[in-house]
Design a protein around this ligand. Structure first.
Ligand SMILES: NC(=O)c1ccc[n+]([C@@H]2O[C@H](COP(=O)([O-])OP(=O)(O)OC[C@H]3O[C@@H](n4cnc5c(N)ncnc54)[C@H](O)[C@@H]3O)[C@@H](O)[C@H]2O)c1
Length: 259
């Protein structure tokens, strides 16, 4: 398969070899894409991302530090992408953050203004922040994807303020799709099932969530990272050239079950 042959883009969100972004990268590389990466600032973070990429046989990655809540970091990243590559074809936004103190069952109503603002800034606004900087670099059109979760549509106890952030992220996807379509830039989201990542482990009641998904999902199991990776390849490749503003559930079907 080589549906990403000749396409180059930026992957934001690898923390380690369990991250959704890592699985997306795995499938992108297998399909011929050329990827650039970011790490949270700091030597330890950089080492972890390099080691995760080494597992994918990426020996000398294009890597820049990025705290996506910092506009100067974002400007520096996109300036460097422009000077090194000129143009890009895709962006993978696979980041989220919320103070875990408020990701506990029964604690949503305790959320502070600060915790709310931080969660929505890092988990939702950053999609817009990256998209606006990507427009001048996507001169031949492009495809941008982000990662959501069902807790942005329905109440999932413990997901709390992150559910509010995912609702904002999914609607940001639609508004961006509406405006950027005139540049032939598509914007879509993947609503992934639960995966045992660092971010997931911060959510209260996560073990019950895994059990619930396994029992309730039409496919009677939880999703695998590569399955989300394959959908990412579809959304970032020309195979999905008529698709934008969409949220695709890759969750073994659990979202269709009412009770
Ligand atoms: N794991 C799941 O069950 C699951 C399910 C559906 C959606 N998602 C979503 O997938 C995406 C990736 O999460 P993951 O589960 O792979 O966990 P992860 O912990 O592996 O990845 C989260 C990433 O966000 C990055 N990040 C956090 N704050 C940042 C900042 N200020 N600037 C730049 N990067 C920052 C971290 O460095 C990390 O790489 C998130 O949007 C998450 O909400 C996860």
């Amino acid at each position: 398969m080589s549906s990403m042959q000749g396409k180059r883009g930026l992957v934001v969100g690898i923390a380690n070899d369990r991250s959704y972004a890592w699985y997306i990268t795995k499938q992108l590389l297998a399909n011929g894409a050329q990827c650039a990466f970011t790490n949270l600032p700091g030597e330890k973070m950089e080492r972890r991302v390099r080691s995760a990429l080494d597992d994918l046989n990426v020996k000398d990655p294009w890597l820049m530090p990025l705290d996506a809540s910092n506009d100067e970091d974002l400007d520096a990243l996109f300036d460097k992408v422009k000077s090194d590559f000129g143009t890009i074809d895709f962006i993978v936004h696979s980041i989220a953050f919320a103070d875990r103190e408020y990701l506990q069952i029964g604690k949503f109503h305790k959320t502070t203004r600060e915790a709310w603002t931080l969660a929505l800034d890092i988990s939702a606004y950053t999609l817009l922040a990256m998209a606006q900087r990507a427009v001048p670099l996507m001169t031949d059109g492009g495809s941008i994807i982000c990662m959501s979760y069902y807790g942005g549509e329905k109440v999932v106890p413990g997901y709390n303020v992150m559910g509010i952030a995912k609702a904002a992220l999914e609607h940001t996807t639609r508004y961006l799709a509406a405006e950027l379509g005139e540049h032939n830039i598509r914007v879509n989201a993947i609503s992934g099932g639960p995966l045992r990542t660092l971010a997931a482990m911060a959510v209260g009641g996560i073990s019950e969530m895994f059990e619930h998904h396994e029992k309730r999902a039409p496919l009677r199991r939880n999703v695998e990272g590569e399955e989300v990776g394959d959908t990412a390849v579809y959304l970032l490749s020309d195979a999905s050239r008529g698709v934008t503003g969409e949220v695709i559930h890759v969750d073994c079907g659990v979202h269709v079950i009412g009770v």
